[in-house]
Design a binder for this molecule. Sequence first.
Ligand code: HEC
Length: 374
Amino acid sequence: MTVRRDTTSTLLSFTPLVFFLTVFVSATLLIAPSVGWAASTTTDVGVPAASDEPVSGNVDIPVPTDPIAKAAFDVLDTHCARCHQDGRLEGRLKPAKNFGFMLMLDKLAADPHYVVPGNPDGSRIIQQVLNEEMPYDIYYEFDLAIEPPTEVEIAALRTWINSLGDVETAACSERTFISPVDMVRTMADDLEKVQDTRRIDTRYITLTHLLNACVSDDDMEVYRQATVKLLNSLSQVSDVIRLEPIDEAGTIIRFNLRDLGWAPEDWDKVLAVYPYGVAPDSRFFDLLASTTHTPLPFVRGDWFAFTASQPPLYDELLDLADNFGGLQVDLGVDVENDLDRYTAKRAGFQISGVSRNNRLIERHTIPTGFLDVL
Ligand code: HEC
């Protein structure tokens, strides 16, 4: 079952980061109460037509020019693409485990679920081969006609993953480290510029530690967008809020509790489960805390995305009912009545990306958008 509000239904393009995925899920499924909801609800079916169509053969797969990357590409092409690359699948309509971008090396390299730059043994694509899990057809279907990757081929994959580590560190060496004191100084300066009646409700989400940890510029942008999207999806008001970072490096995002329809107590709920509550010893911090009347006016964005996008914090922040009847009351919708009056809209799908059976989606209008029932 999915509830979606129109204010946040724009979809961001795919990004592999776990952080982002968490936000994506929460933003798409604005309300996902913990009771009676199966894991299958975490798949977006808001745009069923696109996701249910088998991927056709014309996928543009860039062939790398760098020899190290090309060597890895060839290995993955020979041994993995038949099940894990859209456009090159053999004997299947969908990529195995929904993992269909094995040859899109940039995308693969940026997804820590599969590849950890600089750390081949920590990378799942290597582990699966070493543990004789993959290629699947050899180890599980006992297809004797197929050869597993050779030592040399595995070494080519390792070399590529190691080389990614070098690139990453080089990209980061030009950055200036932002200390916790710099961070609170920036926030304290910013707070000065905020209208004085709004200062007390001002809060910040920080991504500074991610920049310090060498996260790429592209990924930083994803983190920023994800933060803004998550805050909007946790909002109690229907207006979308626009948020910009306050610092040059783009690592600190300011928001106001009132703009989200939150009370100061809602922030307390966040702090109650926040594990990184260390205050830098700085007069700027004292100024921040006293002006905003909270022990800590900022939290880390990646922690926030992970924690606030799932129960229990998610439910608490959105004040969700814990059963479907209560949810209907909160949303001002009467599903039975809509069905009796023929005002619900339904669509059925024969092929579903997430279920073996055909599926039905049912849409009900609510004052803030739609309730989609799957
Ligand atoms: C014949 C089809 C097939 C081939 C070839 C194949 N795989 Fe897989 N792969 C699968 C299937 C099926 C699963 C899901 C297995 C499961 O969930 O138990 C899977 C799962 C995976 C996963 C885990 C995905 C996740 O999200 O956790 C990784 C990583 C993976 N494969 C890597 C590889 C690599 C690397 C190769 C090439 C060396 C390869 N696979 C070749 C069928 C294949």
